[in-house]
Design a protein around this ligand. Structure first.
Ligand SMILES: *Cc1c(COP(=O)(O)O)cnc(C)c1O
Length: 403
């Protein structure tokens, strides 16, 4: 944790914990570097579902070409925060209400998931028009990835053969403008693997467009740039990725490429900071029970990993008994939930961990608070803090408890 954040955490009271601390300067720097690494012909959208915290969305708006939203709720939320920024509306199972909402909001792109969805859209258009990408599930071999969303039977997108009926519908309805294809297939890829997949997808897309005489202006290849929770410093190599895209795009001179990463954009800017409530030894094995748990930070439970963390020692101990501690030994860090699944990190060796010490879990900026089951056991929600470097010496003013 960098000094400005430590300074902020040091001024939080125990009652402020658990706390989500978002490092906005680090986020700005990270997204700026991502944008700088990408060729001009690549448009960068942020997938709001990774973390739609208002100040994160506002911070990102300065750097991205748009936001990908995947529900009417996200659509309203993001549009309200950054009304000038273009939106792409994707995701399976769009309701009639959501489609109307998207049309009324004038979203820049609709990502169409099925022929039925396209037909539904035509009944709702009236005298409006819609700019669409057709989402296709390509038959590509992906090897091992964290979350495969295509290349095998899947509820996302259409089989290539199902595109033809959509093309027919579009040809007969001038209100629908087809810009190209959407191809988000997997999450968790490293730069080289992602490039190989994109290369294969674009080759397929151009051949398909040529055969069908479709004017292919745009391909959105989705997100899924890898985040390595076991090796936090192995960040997705955006320079290699950008250079690779530049090479690939020379073979597709007329194409605009879009990407819509989520996790790899915001994972690193968030910290979940909490405190050790108890240290116990069960049959010789150390357990640290923390304030909060996976109902606030579900990421390690959802992905079955150890969430990386730092110990922030607190030397104050006023009780008349010995301070419970674990020393140079593996400790399992659990939360307050009455379930054995409430594990944030398992058997991680710590130099020293004592009751009252604080623990800051890193990489908690994406798919963390917003995917967690907050209501379970009715513990208080965390407090939320957005650190701007200029502000860190003003305690308390920007803390609020979400309810
Ligand atoms: C979830 C999702 C993304 C973002 O994926 P990340 O792994 O967070 O980068 C992008 N596009 C679509 C269609 C998605 O479903």
């Amino acid at each position: 944790m960098r000094p400005a954040l430590l300074d902020h955490v040091g001024r939080l009271s125990d009652e402020d914990l658990p706390a989500y601390v978002y490092d906005l300067p680090a986020l700005h720097e990270h997204v700026h570097a991502i944008r700088a690494a990408l060729p001009a012909r690549v448009e960068l959208l942020y997938a709001a579902k990774a973390n739609s915290d208002p100040r994160i969305v506002q911070a990102l708006a300065a750097h991205v070409d748009g936001f990908e939203v995947a529900s009417g709720g996200e659509l309203n939320h993001v549009r309200g925060l950054v009304p000038e920024t273009p939106l792409a509306f994707g995701g399976p199972g769009k309701t009639q209400t959501e489609l109307v909402q998207a049309l009324e909001a004038g979203v820049e792109r609709l990502h169409i998931e099925s022929e039925h969805e396209l037909r539904l859209l035509t009944t709702l258009l009236g005298d409006r028009s819609a700019d669409v990408l057709l989402r296709v599930n390509l038959p590509v071999a992906m090897g091992h990835v964290a979350l495969a969303m295509g290349g095998r039977p899947s509820p996302f997108g259409m089989d290539p053969a199902q595109l033809d009926d959509c093309l027919e519908l579009i040809a007969s309805d001038p209100r629908i403008r087809l810009h190209g294809l959407h191809l988000h297939l997997a999450s968790g890829l490293r730069a080289q693997a992602q490039l190989a997949l994109i290369d294969e997808m674009l080759t397929w897309a151009e051949a398909w467009a040529h055969e069908r005489a479709v004017d292919l202006a745009e391909v959105n290849v989705g997100g899924g740039m890898g985040v390595d929770y076991t090796h936090p410093h192995k960040v997705f190599d955006w320079s290699v990725f950008g250079a690779g895209l530049l090479r690939i795009l020379t073979r597709h001179p007329r194409l605009t490429l879009r990407i819509e990463p989520g996790r790899s954009v915001t994972a690193y800017c968030g910290w979940y900071v909490t405190q050790v409530l108890d240290i116990k030894f069960s049959r010789g094995e150390a357990f640290a029970v923390l304030r909060g748990g996976t109902h606030h930070l579900r990421t390690p439970a959802a992905k079955q990993h150890d969430q990386p963390f730092e110990v922030i020692p607190d030397d104050v101990w006023l009780r008349p008994w010995d301070r419970p501690e674990a020393r140079n030994e593996p400790v399992t860090l659990v939360g307050q939930l009455c379930t054995p699944k409430d594990v944030l990190a398992r058997r991680v060796t710590v130099e020293r961990l004592r009751v009252g010490d604080r623990v800051a879990f890193a990489m908690a900026g994406a798919y963390a608070w917003n995917i967690s089951h907050h209501a379970f056991l009715m513990h208080p929600h965390p407090t939320f803090h957005h650190v701007h470097d200029a502000e860190v010496s003003v305690p308390g003013t920007y803390a609020h408890r979400m309810s």
